[in-house]
Write a protein that binds this ligand. Structure first.
Ligand SMILES: [Zn+2]
Length: 559
């Protein structure tokens, strides 16, 4: 959300917000740094033409890919037969514009560029500049331009380039872009349109919202005029344009309006279009999530007094790494009840950890040490299906990471000064460490696993849908494993070697049920926001310096 009040030429950012220090992130690019895209299409045409390399990036703030495809958008659709594109691409959470545009332009996640909201309070663009600036450093003869509607892009993110223009309307951005293509000779031109985001906030981010759809169609008309100006350039035949179209984030409908900023898939999901007259169409889709059916007799956590706990000190982690996993099945609840925790959840700064259900039908994780806190939001869980939730606290890499149904959701940095998480309180399922928090999850909790190490992504994914056995590669690190399907009684039996049974002070009702569980490879290898800068640099043949520590990869055909 961009809460900006414009007073003449003065733009005031008024949004600082984020009550928590939530700094999640959806990029999965670190393990892909050296991967060269194998985007050769099945029909095989990959040769790039010669000609002067040129780049046009059209940024559409808050534009959902499904809405872009579903609206009457002939100009964008006309790009697709010559595009490598994806409607399943991802940006990182928090899904604020500050974070999104910073990530697109710098090619690194917020863990490096430091922008997690729209306050730009502590950016690292000195170390991680925009790729436009890197282009200037590579070859100062290149004409680099940024024409935007949202001022902070030029104020904070972009500097050291040839032309920065900030305008107060999308129409003016379009006119300026047409003028630049007609009268100037841009080599790399970045454009930003904002009206789609405005419509999304006012009416909802959905193809079913007429005002949002209409705004996308207007923007598509602008894109048509811009592309016509591009093709009318006198030397167009000798130019080789890469045209990139992408938003900074997705968005959701909330009541009669819309929002973004969270970690839900709908907010993190973006589209990416890489178009060139010589590209062959290649639509990159995420793999379909496999699902499994879970049947068992589970305890109903349908009252604050129904919880299982232990005072065993094994589950106080001090400053060590650990992982907590659990499954939850719920159709709704009130407030933000604990699922698994060992802290007093009345404050997020209290010592300890929590995986909790959160307002809006989502979930979140939190750790605190009395002085600091880290929070990451997850996606929706109130669909009556099982969801596998994972919290990883990795003290060596100073990161908190979360996964839902085996798929990466977000990550956040742990402050260097972050202290002990040992609360001295009980470890509890269905309650916080005080055993007296005033909310319950109103559902089933099962398959709770505690590990005294930070599990790898593969290790989490591979066991999302199956039970842990002694063949698990990290089995020796399993220090608590409550399957929660024993079907009766007042205990959760521990299947780990520690054999710490959790006791229910009040005997729960146990109910047989069957529900599905996603088994999580949804992120797959799809384009990420960080890939746009990397691909753009590659387009101009800029040698990627490993010291830049870019997080992305290229999706362009091999030259
Ligand atoms: Zn917005």
């Amino acid at each position: 959300m961009k809460k900006i009040f414009r007073l003449g030429y003065v733009t005031i950012l008024a949004s600082v917000l984020l009550v928590t220090s939530c700094t999640n992130d959806a990029a999965l690019a670190n393990d892909e740094n050296s991967v060269i895209a194998n985007t050769t299409s099945k029909t095989g045409k990959t040769a790039l033409s010669s000609g002067t390399k040129k780049l046009l990036i059209i940024g559409i703030d808050g534009c959902r890919g499904d809405a872009l495809m579903g609206a009457n958008t002939p100009n964008v659709h006309a790009l697709l037969p010559n595009s490598i594109y994806s409607l399943d691409a991802l940006t990182e959470a928090p899904t604020w514009s500050g974070n999104g545009w910073s990530t697109m332009l710098s090619g690194v996640t917020h863990l490096k560029h430091g922008v997690t909201d729209n306050s730009f309070s502590n950016p690292n663009f000195g170390t991680y500049p925009s790729f436009l600036k890197r282009l200037e450093t590579y070859n100062s003869a290149l004409k680099t331009m940024s024409i935007v509607h949202w001022a902070p892009i030029n104020t904070y993110i972009v500097d050291g380039i040839d032309v920065e223009k900030t305008l107060t309307a999308d129409l003016a951005v379009k006119n300026e872009a047409v003028a630049a293509l007609t009268n100037d000779n841009p080599d790399a031109l970045f454009l930003h349109f904002d009206d789609v985001d405005h419509a999304g906030h006012s009416y909802g981010f959905s193809i079913n919202v007429p005002q949002y759809k209409s705004s996308i169609e207007t923007t598509d008309g602008y894109i048509g005029e811009i592309l016509a100006a591009l093709k009318n350039r006198p030397n167009y035949a000798n130019e080789d344009w890469l045209v990139v179209v992408a938003p900074d984030h997705g968005g959701i409908v909330t009541g009669s309006t819309g929002s973004h900023g969270g970690s839900s898939y709908e907010e993190r999901n973006i589209f990416t279009i890489f178009n060139n007259k010589n590209f062959t169409s290649n639509k990159i889709e995420k793999p379909v999530d496999p699902t499994t059916s879970i049947t068992g007799k589970f305890a109903n956590f349908n009252a604050n007094s129904i919880y299982a706990s232990t005072s065993n000190a094994l589950y106080n982690f001090g400053t060590s790494s650990f992982t907590v996993e659990c499954r939850i099945k719920t159709s709704g609840y009130s407030s933000d009840p604990s699922i698994v925790s060992n802290k007093n959840w009345v404050s997020g700064k209290n010592r300890g950890f929590i995986i909790c259900a959160n307002t809006g039908g989502t979930w979140k994780v939190n750790i605190g040490d009395t002085q600091n806190r880290v929070d990451i939001s997850g996606g929706t869980i109130i669909d009556g299906k099982w969801h596998h939730l994972t919290l990883v606290v990795d003290r060596s890499s100073k990161l908190v990471k979360t996964y839902q149904d085996g798929a990466f959701v977000g990550q956040a940095a742990i402050q260097a000064s972050f202290g002990s998480l040992t609360s001295g309180l009980p470890f509890a399922i269905g309650q916080d460490g005080t055993l007296a928090y005033g909310a319950n999850v109103n559902g089933n909790i099962a398959e709770v696993r505690v590990w005294n190490k930070a599990l790898s992504e593969a290790s989490i994914l591979n066991y999302t849908c199956s039970s842990v056995t002694s063949s698990h590669p990290d089995y020796v690190n399993l220090i608590g494993y409550w399957k929660g399907d024993n079907g009766s009684g007042s205990n959760f039996t521990d299947s780990s070697s520690k054999q710490v049974a959790l006791s229910f002070p009040n005997v729960p009702t146990w109910t047989t049920s069957t529900a599905s569980l996603k088994c999580g490879n949804a992120n797959g290898i799809v384009p990420k926001m960080v890939d746009i800068a990397y691909s753009s640099l590659q387009w101009f043949g800029v040698p990627i310096n490993l010291a830049w520590s870019l997080d992305g990869r290229s999706w362009l055909p091999a030259n």
